[in-house]
Design a protein around this ligand. Structure first.
Ligand code: PLP
Length: 442
């Protein structure tokens, strides 16, 4: 007798929450966004999704990886399938120091803590440093996953303006002075110096030095999140901030974009005392990061040409980036501006005045194109005039088609705006990059 098939529809009987009054205060800001349900529709094949930031791992040599993992299990299975150390496997930590050397970081493996993706690194850092009401400084806009973590620890995120060279040191200085006057406790600056998510911009070396100078003046810790650093489309990587200042920078790395996000392996490089606290926090969160994934990543790094694979990832993403920049140049209405990423996955659009990317999203999805509205990347409600589009996943012809559809949607929105005079929520109040005058316009 066969069992009846499960209904594919979502269950309807779990909506009433009998424990609604019992949740900890830290969960109060953590609601699923309205955008999430739209993304379920956005995943339909007829929709061109420029929304997701999923790495495109189609080129990974899965047959070779499978053989090498099978050999690893034959040889080291009993260790790979056992609990491990809270800090992570020594062989992987050693390999991580070699990966970081590519961006100028000379570190000892004892200062590396392996994490469940860099997302868990963010969580552990916030957990050990932040009390409710503490301030975390972050770029405007910033990575949505980090903002969620900061919110879950009840911190207040204060955004710092960016331009086409990333975070502005002067704006950072002003923010720090203002917060000091207001008696606020600032715990750290969170920054993504390379191919920023979502803005796609990169801090040149001088900019990094200036930011670190301001940080040192104010005794500010810098959390450098660098998942995209090796995915540069032109030339050598810029030295990591951590390579310029080992005392004041905590560095977050990840194998999600250079190998596989499914491995869930990232790391934190931190000074010794911080590292001890991180390991304790890691032990209480997970006992240890997944041993099997760590063995798998180490096997990949030592048996495959992983750097060659990174070069082919870069080539693949560069072709997609070019398709997107060409599509935007061809189809965007006048008054739209965008950044020109030199690596990574994302382009940040500034829409013509009066448009609201969140309000427009259902109409875009009806027109079979999806993006992430800019407001997702701000902790303070700004961003209505902005859009993140990613080129990492769809093939070039779909990217172009997505730009065409988005262009049509924007033209229609502008017609509506001219007819009815709709207002955008933040047409005049957002910082430089988010107002767009310094972003490149094609
Ligand atoms: C800037 C940034 N930091 C951290 C992460 C988390 O990456 P993971 O946890 O897969 O290492 C992402 C993922 O997209 C990201 O874009």
């Amino acid at each position: 007798m066969s069992l009846p098939e499960q209904s594919p529809r979502a269950r309807q009987d779990t909506r009433l929450d009998t424990w609604a009054g019992r949740y900890a205060a830290r969960t109060h800001g953590t609601t699923a966004s309205a955008v999430r349900s739209l993304f379920e529709v956005a995943n339909r094949p007829e929709v061109v999704s420029l929304a997701g930031g999923m790495p495109n791992i189609a080129d990974l040599p899965l047959d070779v990886i499978a053989d090498n993992l099978a050999a690893m299990i034959g040889k080291e299975g009993p260790r790979a399938m056992q609990y491990g150390s809270g800090q992570g496997e020594p062989a992987l930590r050693e390999a991580i120091t070699e990966v970081m050397r590519l961006e100028g970081i000379h570190a000892h493996r004892d200062d590396v803590t392996v994490t469940v993706g860099s997302q868990q690194g963010l969580d552990l850092i916030t957990r050990i440093f932040c009390d409710p009401g503490d301030v975390v400084l972050a770029e405007a806009p910033s990575y949505v996953g980090a903002l969620g973590t900061f919110r879950s620890y009840q911190t207040d995120v204060v955004h710092v303006a960016m331009d086409e060279h990333g975070l502005q040191p002067e704006a950072l200085r002003e923010a720090l002075v203002g917060l000091q006057v207001a008696g606020r406790r600032v715990k750290f600056l969170y920054t993504i110096p390379n191919f920023q998510n979502p803005a796609g911009v990169t801090q040149p070396l001088e900019r990094r030095e200036e930011i670190l100078e301001v940080a040192r003046e104010h005794g500010l810790m810098v959390v450098e999140d660098n998942p995209y650093g090796l995915l540069s489309f032109s030339g050598e990587p810029i030295p990591a901030m951590r390579s310029l200042d080992a005392d004041n920078v905590l560095y977050l790395g990840s194998f999600s974009k250079t190998f596989s996000p499914g491995m869930r392996v990232g790391w934190v490089l931190a000074p010794h005392a911080v590292r001890e606290k991180l390991v304790l926090a890691q032990e209480s969160a997970t006992l240890c990061p997944p041993t099997f994934s760590q063995f798998a990543v180490t096997t990949y790094l030592t048996t495959c040409d992983w750097q060659g694979q990174v070069v082919s990832f870069r080539d693949m993403y560069r072709i997609r980036r070019d398709a997107m920049l060409e599509g935007l140049a061809e189809f965007m209405p006048a008054g739209t501006t965008w950044t020109r990423p030199d690596g990574g996955f994302f382009v940040w659009l500034t829409l013509p005045e009066g448009l609201d990317s969140q309000a427009m999203l259902p109409r875009a999805i009806t027109s079979r194109v999806a993006y992430v509205p800019g407001s997702a990347f701000f902790a303070d409600g700004f961003g209505a005039r902005h859009v993140r589009v990613s080129y990492c996943y769809p093939p070039p012809d779909r990217i172009r088609e997505g730009c065409r559809r988005l262009g049509e949607v924007l033209h229609r929105e502008l017609d509506l705006h001219h007819t009815f005079g709709l207002d955008a929520r933040d047409a005049t109040t957002t910082p430089p990059l988010t107002r767009g005058p310094r972003a490149n316009q094609s």
